[in-house]
Design a protein around this ligand. Structure first.
Ligand code: PCA
Length: 215
């Protein structure tokens, strides 16, 4: 059976919850391994530059996954974002939960400037839209803990392209945002993540459709 590792983050930036862990936990509670044809293993990562990569790398060893999807929350976004590229750069706007705010340092010294996601990102976007949730390909996961985790993941798996891996940013829950702000109900984020995992475990190759931008 396909082995899937799905991670979400704990709370940060003064919030009491993180929409990503809410959704990852919700999906795990309703997961039917037989119907999905896949075992789901979930982990909560701390929003810490130092500790998130360690917890993730331990999970990779433990789970030996065929598919890995890390999920984080993106305040201000209203659509689920399939991240296409991880950059080897940390430039923290705010301190992480350990009080660290590194600026202009590499995630992995000596590693390449960037790694591509190996998830079929366009298939994943189509699959999320098909369950009625807004989704887009994103060309930047930022320069904070999510991007650092994504880069760590893709660097760890660089010599094993048979493992499909990537990163998904999800909107905050409606309770986390002021009225009228962009948010997504957790049950819809759960549906979106289920659709991503189905596409990731079944797509033969990525869709050839444009998701490019001019600026
Ligand atoms: N979002 C932050 C870090 C953790 C999270 O959920 C980010 O986008 O880097």
């Amino acid at each position: 059976m396909t082995r899937v590792l799905l991670t979400g983050f704990g709370a940060f930036e003064g919030q009491s919850v993180n929409a990503s862990w809410r959704a990852v936990h919700g999906l795990a509670e309703s997961w039917d391994a037989v119907a999905e044809g896949a075992e789901l293993h979930v982990r909560e990562l701390p929003v810490s530059f130092r500790r998130a990569p360690t917890v993730l790398e331990a999970a990779l060893v433990d789970v030996r996954p065929d598919v890995v999807v890390c999920v984080g929350e993106a305040g201000g976004r209203g659509a689920v974002g399939l991240e296409r590229v991880a950059v080897n750069l940390v430039d923290a706007r705010i301190a992480d939960v350990d009080g660290a705010a590194p600026v202009d340092v590499p995630v992995v010294p000596g590693a390449p400037a960037a790694h591509w996601a190996t998830l079929p990102v366009k298939d994943c976007v189509a699959a999320v839209r098909a369950v009625g949730v807004p989704a887009e390909v994103s060309l930047s996961a930022g320069t904070y803990v999510c991007n650092a985790t994504f880069f760590t993941l893709m660097h760890a798996l660089r010599s094993d392209p048979s493992i499909r891996a990537g990163f998904v940013h999800v909107p905050r829950t409606p309770e986390q945002v002021p009225p009228g702000g962009p948010g997504l109900e957790t049950r819809l984020t759960v549906d979106a993540l289920r659709a991503v995992l189905r596409a990731a475990t079944t797509a033969v190759q990525d869709l050839r459709v444009s998701a490019g931008t001019l600026s």
